[in-house]
Design a protein around this ligand. Structure first.
Ligand SMILES: [Zn+2]
Length: 339
């Protein structure tokens, strides 16, 4: 009898031990999953830190880093290029923006050596979460030479999306630099609470300039900003310029004033950066990406990739981040004006 009680007691203990052990292993398993998710974010950070620390190195390596980073950041999302309808990129871009948002305290600014504070005390008081910016990284892996109307109802047509320029020294295509820069700008804006949507987050897309503007329209963005770099047959030509809709452009009458204000604010901020050569504003009535936009639009030509110095500078993460900090400052100034 006593033996049986002891035996029963032993089994009860064994059962309790088993239950305890299974709880323990279950909690380990959950932790393991969490660690896995965090490590993806860490990889992103690592990629960024690497690309930041690649200052002064050949652009090839920084290009590699950008490509790495991209594949890590966006591997969960769908390729925008697979979507024919403009609605779809919106949804996928929303989900693709998510991982970028999760990168809290992203090292872009922390390791950039930028002297400009991300948040001034005045800015930190202000919340910009009602302000949304659609960032359009110019061009894409393959040009689409089909035509589309230059503006709503226009019989005049223009190529859907051109191939863009490339670096005279680095050999980097403009579409690669444009996305690299756009992601940095997006990070800087998100840190200030601005809602950021990208028209593309990979190179392998098929989005015309009209479709890019329509993404901004559908998002009812407060600002549509297009990121590009220039090219010239004259390698001595250099400098940053801001493109803004022309006053006499029939398609952009409604957005002319606000677009100009945003363009001017960005220009003024870039002028504060002694490392930049700033050329000024360029009024354009010939750009489909402006003409189809119903929301204020601006375009930053960050510099000339056909100029050896500027090409190398644009592949320097510190130079590029400082330039985009000026751009972000200009956007914040515009957001303040619109409040
Ligand atoms: Zn371009």
């Amino acid at each position: 009898m006593r033996y049986r009680i002891e035996k029963r007691g032993f089994f009860v203990l064994l059962l309790l031990a088993l239950i305890a052990a299974s709880f323990y292993f279950y909690s380990l398993g959950t932790k393991g999953l969490l660690n896995q998710e965090q490590s993806e974010v860490d990889v992103v950070k690592e990629g960024k830190v690497k690309s930041e620390s690649a200052k002064g190195q050949e652009s090839v390596s920084s290009k590699k880093n950008v490509e790495n980073k991209e594949s890590v950041v966006f591997h969960k999302g769908n390729d925008l290029g697979n979507n024919k309808k403009p609605e779809k990129p919106l949804d996928t871009s929303k989900t693709e923006v998510e991982p970028v948002k999760q990168k809290e305290a992203s090292p872009v600014s922390d390791t950039s050596g930028s002297k400009t504070p991300i948040l001034t005390s005045e800015q930190s008081k202000a919340a910009y979460n009602n302000f949304s910016v659609v960032i359009d990284p110019g061009h894409q892996q393959k040009a689409n030479l089909e035509k589309e109307p230059v503006g709503p109802g226009s019989s005049e047509t223009k190529v859907k999306v051109t191939g863009g320029t490339s670096g005279i020294v680095t050999g980097k295509p403009e579409y690669v630099l444009a996305l690299e820069a756009s992601l940095i700008l997006g990070d800087l804006l998100e840190k200030r609470g601005v809602k950021v949507i990208y028209t593309r987050s990979t190179h392998n897309v098929n989005l015309s300039n009209r479709e890019r503007a329509e993404i901004a329209n559908q998002q009812k963005a407060d600002l549509f900003i297009r990121i590009h770099a220039d090219g010239s047959t004259d390698r001595n030509v250099r400098g940053l310029s801001i493109l803004t809709p022309a006053e006499n452009d029939p398609y952009t009458k409604a957005i002319y004033q606000d677009s100009l204000r945003a363009s001017q604010d960005i220009l003024d901020e870039t002028k504060k950066n002694a490392a930049l050569k700033v050329n000024g504003l360029s009024y354009r009535g010939d750009l489909s990406g402006f003409n189809w936009s119903k929301v204020p639009a601006t375009l930053v030509e960050m510099g000339f990739m056909s100029n050896p110095t500027e090409d190398k500078n644009l592949s320097d993460p510190v130079y590029l981040t400082n330039l985009l900090t000026n751009v972000a400052d200009g956007i914040i100034r515009y957001a303040d004006y619109k409040k």
